[in-house]
Ligand binder design. Structure first.
Ligand code: N1C
Length: 275
C-alpha cells in the first residue's frame, strides 16, 4: 500500500492523456479546415453554376467569357472598394442593345412592374436583359488575397457605398439607361412621400444617363393605392423634370395598382395605352 510506487505510472498515463488530447485537437483543426475549404469552393462553384445556367438559358452569349469579365470586377478585392467602373469590361462583353419604345424603368415598384411584365410582353426592364436576369436576387463579393466568390457576409450599402453588388446595379443601370430610345416609361410609387428620390438608382444614375438624341419622351406611371400619399403634382417630380433635357417630352399619369394588374391580365389590352 505504498502510494510512492504508483506515482511514475500515473505520470506516464497523464502524459499519454495530454498527447492524445493534442492529437485530437490537431485532427479536429485539420478536419474543420478541409470542410471550410470545401464549403468555400462549393460557394464559388454553385454561384458560377447559377450564373452560367441563367446565362445559357438566356442564349446568344459566350457565357464563359461573360463569367470571366464579371469575375475580374471583384475577385481578390476589398468588397467595399469596387467602383462601378470595375464592371466596364463586363458591359463590353455583353453590351446593351438599344431598346426603342419598350424600355421600362422603375423605382420602389419592383414587384408591380415585374408582375406586369411577366404577364404581358410589352416592356423591357433591366431584368429582361442578359446581365439583369443573370444577377437578379443574387449576392456576391470577393476578399483581398482570395480567388473565391463569397455569397454571404457581403457588406450592405448602408455599410459602404462602393460595394460589389450596388456598384454592379449602378453600372448596368447606367448602360441600360444610355441605350434607351424613343418613348420610355417609368413606374414610380405613389404610396410614398418622395416617388422620385435623388439617392435612388433611377434618380442618381438612370435619369442622368438619358440620351436626348435617342430618347423622345419619358412617361411616368405613378402607381397609386387606396390611401395614396403622392400624386403627379408631387415636388419630387418637379426635380425629375428639372433633370431632363428640354427636348425629352415629360408626362405623368396616376394609375391604380388594380388597373395595372387588370391591364396585365387582359390579353386584348393594347401594350402602351391600357392606362
Ligand atoms: O434604386 P432604384 O429602385 O430606383 O433602382 C431601380 C432602377 C430601375 O429602373 C432598374 O433599371 O435601377 C435599375 N435596377 C434594377 O434593375 C435592379 N434589379 C434589382 C436597380 N436596382 C435593381 N435591383 C436591386 O434593387 C438592387 O439591389 C438595388 O439596390 C435595388 C434598388 O431598388 P429600388 O430602390 O426600388
Amino acid at each position: 500500500m505504498e502510494p510512492v510506487e504508483y506515482r511514475p505510472r500515473q505520470k506516464k498515463r497523464s502524459r499519454r492523456c495530454v498527447f492524445l488530447t493534442v492529437v485530437a485537437v490537431l485532427l479536429l483543426i485539420v478536419v474543420l479546415a478541409v470542410a471550410f475549404g470545401v464549403a468555400l469552393g462549393r460557394s464559388t462553384e454553385s454561384f458560377k453554376t447559377t450564373f452560367t445556367d441563367r446565362c445559357e438559358k438566356f442564349g446568344g452569349y459566350d457565357c464563359e467569357k461573360v463569367w470571366s469579365a464579371f469575375e475580374q470586377a471583384y475577385v481578390g478585392k476589398d468588397p467595399c472598394k469596387v467602383p462601378m467602373e470595375a464592371y466596364d469590361p463586363l458591359i463590353a462583353a455583353a453590351p446593351f442593345q438599344p431598346v426603342c419604345n419598350r424600355v421600362m424603368f422603375w423605382s420602389k415598384t419592383k414587384d408591380v412592374v415585374h408582375e406586369f411584365t411577366a404577364k404581358k410582353d410589352c416592356f423591357t426592364t433591366l431584368e429582361d436583359t442578359l446581365l439583369g436576369s443573370v444577377l437578379d436576387h443574387l449576392t456576391w463579393c470577393g476578399k483581398e488575397g482570395s480567388t473565391e466568390t463569397f455569397t454571404s457576409d457581403c457588406p450592405e450599402w448602408k455599410y459602404c457605398e462602393n460595394n460589389t453588388v450596388r456598384s454592379f446595379w449602378n453600372r448596368v443601370s447606367a448602360g441600360f439607361a444610355e441605350a434607351a430610345c424613343g418613348d420610355a416609361t417609368a413606374m414610380l410609387n405613389g404610396s410614398i412621400a418622395t416617388p422620385f428620390a435623388l439617392d435612388s438608382i433611377f434618380g442618381s444614375i438612370e435619369v442622368k444617363r438619358f440620351d436626348h438624341k435617342k430618347m423622345k419622351s419619358l412617361n411616368i406611371v405613378l402607381v397609386t393605392q387606396e390611401n395614396n400619399v403622392s400624386d403627379c403634382t408631387n415636388p419630387s417630380l418637379k426635380n425629375l423634370q428639372k433633370e431632363l433635357d428640354d427636348s425629352i417630352h415629360y408626362t405623368c399619369k396616376e394609375v391604380s395598382e388594380a388597373q395595372i394588374q387588370a391591364c396585365g391580365s387582359d390579353p386584348e389590352a393594347p401594350c402602351g395605352a391600357c392606362w
